[in-house]
Ligand binder design. Structure first.
Ligand SMILES: [Zn+2]
Length: 252
């Protein structure tokens, strides 16, 4: 299994599974620094608030030292990264700042007792190993039903979806806090590239069945990346719960 640690080619240099294509060239090798006061201040700014997308952008802007071969606008690179690869770099900054062990505390939802846990980033396995494309084709389980002017109904099933980027994340995050379904509508409208060759609109996004929407949201995340969470087995009662690997509280 490929692990998070395998992505490090030097102590402070990461080779991302996919990277960002800008003007025909792919950039995937990033040197990072540990977190500084500048980064901490940038992440704590009022303009960012609880927008996780903006917070990651601010963190990466302050901690990316260089992107191999790239001399353009750093923000363009950061916002062009997939959400999963931004998370990889977030964890990498955590790693070079504090080392491989994440310690946390969680309350068991079954017995209510406090449980201490540790996550060893050296052992963290990547998900969807080897899945390294920016786009994937899909075939909807139910299909998008379109009523044509003559009254007949056409069912659209096949299309293309791409990985959501930092830009998508920043633009939709405020909806996620308000109403996750609205967020899903907006995110799908952005990341579905086409359906049967046609533009995928907001109305299309709302018209899909819940099953199809959920299928697309899962498919949109099927590329090599770090897991959001790890499993924790309660030592008191055996209940299995999830604990976050990606924690906005790391640097606050
Ligand atoms: Zn328990």
């Amino acid at each position: 299994m490929a692990t998070f640690k395998d992505l490090f080619i030097e102590d402070d240099k990461i080779k991302l599974p996919i990277g960002v294509e800008i003007d025909g060239t792919t950039y995937d090798t990033v040197t990072i620094s540990e977190i500084t006061g500048y980064a901490e201040e940038a992440m704590g700014s009022k303009a960012i608030g609880n927008n996780w997308g903006k917070m990651i952008t601010a963190l990466l802007k302050a901690t990316i030292v260089s992107v191999e071969g790239y001399t353009g606008d750093l923000l363009r690179f950061i916002k062009g990264l997939s959400i999963g690869e931004r998370d990889i770099l977030f964890l990498a900054v955590r790693y070079v700042t504090y080392g491989n062990v994440i310690e946390g505390e969680s309350k068991c939802r079954n017995c209510g007792k406090e449980v201490n846990y540790t996550i060893d980033l050296d052992e963290l396995e990547l998900q969807h190993e080897g899945a390294r494309s920016v786009t994937r084709t899909f075939e909807l389980p139910s299909g998008l039903k379109i009523r044509k002017p003559d009254g007949t109904v056409k069912v659209l099933r096949k299309g293309t979806i791409r990985n959501a980027t930092g830009d998508d994340q920043e633009h939709t995050y405020s909806l996620l806090e308000k109403n996750p379904a609205l967020w899903k509508t907006a995110m799908l409208q952005r990341i579905v590239v086409d359906i049967e060759g046609e533009e995928f609109t907001t109305i299309h996004s709302k018209s899909l069945s819940k099953k199809d929407r959920d299928y697309l949201m899962v498919l949109g995340n099927e590329y090599e990346q770090a897991p959001d969470s790890d499993t924790l087995v309660c030592p008191h009662c055996g209940e299995v719960t999830e604990v976050p690997v990606l924690n906005p509280g790391f640097f606050r």
